[in-house]
Write a protein that binds this ligand. Structure first.
Ligand code: GLA
Length: 393
């Protein structure tokens, strides 16, 4: 929280200094996220269990009297401006497209978006699988509502943010990242049904006992876009074929492990592997919620491990560096569970670690990873935090 307030003060000062601000200044935060379990299930109408973390984007904004939007990305020292009458992608300042997309879609929904000056800064690592883009989108949505003085339901904002990323930025993501950045809660994970958007908050073991540790391989997720889209179409193909035997199914979410066992040999081998991951990953998410509610951290750790193995062997979205980082964690002192998190092909692992052993864990994993890859990883000891909101300074 101390960091949040310091950054918020700084962003506000930069707004006044660089773009100028009137009397009214709104300051908003939106967090990055870590997915504890339930990977690649969101676009299969399935279940996920992410948490918002204490790494966030802070945006400070002040309304203008015209229809212009002037933006400054403090960490990149980059500006972008446009008029609300004509919102088009900016090919130079790519980062601004997340903001442009959200404002355009809010306008298209008839909401009274106003011109503004806005500055933002954050500590969510970029392109690391911690959803810095979802955080920027959600920060934009909450800022636009504060500046335009309109009320909008957080789940609606989440949908707008996802649509902006799909249709304006052109990334075909599911709904998990925006949802958790909008609706996360301190001390909790969020169990989300990605079909109905019903959700439950699941208390995490106390911070004094267990820490969420995120380990960054420092490998930027290179292959991710094409491989992500390929996985999506393989899942869709699986549904098309299985429909002949299981009429009424709409997505892999509707296929039970028993039905899958009956019909899996009707699928081409690669498609069968992809579908098997999804069918059992959904079960693992539901089992994880039960385990966490029962305080059975060991069982949760076992499920995290099974999830990683399935992502590595069946869904094939891990990579050498993620496997090395996870294997190091499995051997490290204090580990309850470890797996890759996010889309894959680089980015981060997530680890649940006994609090008293966290320093040893970090030292062990850092050294092992550096020895085996020659790269220095970054490791973030995190807490589950609240989702996007206005800050009172
Ligand atoms: C990315 C996407 C999410 C989700 C994950 C994989 O983070 O943005 O919607 O599909 O990959 O679980």
């Amino acid at each position: 929280m101390a960091d949040t307030l310091r950054r918020a003060q700084l962003v506000r000062e930069k707004l006044v200094e660089i773009l100028g601000a009137g009397e009214r200044v709104e300051v908003v935060k939106a967090p990055g996220r870590v997915n504890l379990i339930g990977e690649h299930t969101d676009y299969n109408d399935g279940f996920v269990l992410p948490a918002a973390v204490d790494r966030e984007i802070i945006m400070a904004a002040s309304p203008r009297d015209d229809d212009e939007v002037h933006l400054y990305a403090l960490d990149l020292n980059s500006r972008s401006s446009f008029s609300l009458d004509r919102i088009e992608p900016d090919k130079q300042a790519n980062w601004s497209n997340y903001i442009r997309g959200v404002l355009l879609l809010l306008k298209e929904r008839g909401l009274p978006v106003r011109g503004m000056n806005a500055v933002f800064s954050g500590d969510v690592p970029v392109a690391a699988g911690m959803s810095s883009s979802a955080a920027l989108e959600m920060a934009t949505g909450v800022t636009a509502a504060a500046i335009g003085e309109f009320a909008v339901d957080m789940v609606e904002l989440v949908k707008v943010a996802q649509a902006a990323e799909n249709n304006f930025v052109g990334v075909n993501c599911g709904i998990m990242d925006q949802f958790i950045s909008g609706l996360g809660k301190r001390g909790h994970a969020l169990f989300l049904d990605c079909r109905s958007l019903d959700y439950e908050l699941v208390p995490l073991p106390s911070n004094d006992e267990y820490k969420i540790v995120i380990a960054n391989t420092m490998v930027k997720r290179g292959l991710v876009d094409s491989a992500y889209n390929e996985r999506r179409s393989q899942c869709e193909m699986g549904v098309e074929i299985l429909k002949e035997y299981l009429p009424g199914i709409k997505a892999l979410r509707d296929v039970s492990p028993a039905d899958f066992a009956k019909y899996k040999d009707k699928l081409p081998p690669v498609v069968a592997k992809r579908c098997e991951h999804i069918v059992f990953e959904n079960e693992r998410v539901k089992d994880s919620v039960k385990a966490l509610r029962a305080g059975d951290v060991e069982e949760f750790g076992r499920l995290m491990r099974a999830s990683h193995e399935s992502l590595r062997d069946l869904y094939e979205v891990s990579c050498k560096e993620l496997d090395i980082m996870v294997e190091a964690a499995w051997e490290a002192p204090g580990t309850c569970g470890a797996r890759m998190t996010g889309a894959g092909f680089g980015g981060c692992t997530v680890n649940l670690v006994r609090a008293e052993a966290v320093d040893e864990f970090v030292a062990f994993v850092k050294a092992r990873y550096a020895e085996e890859t020659g790269n220095d990883p970054e490791i973030y000891v995190c807490e589950a935090e609240d989702g996007a909101k206005r800050l009172e300074l």
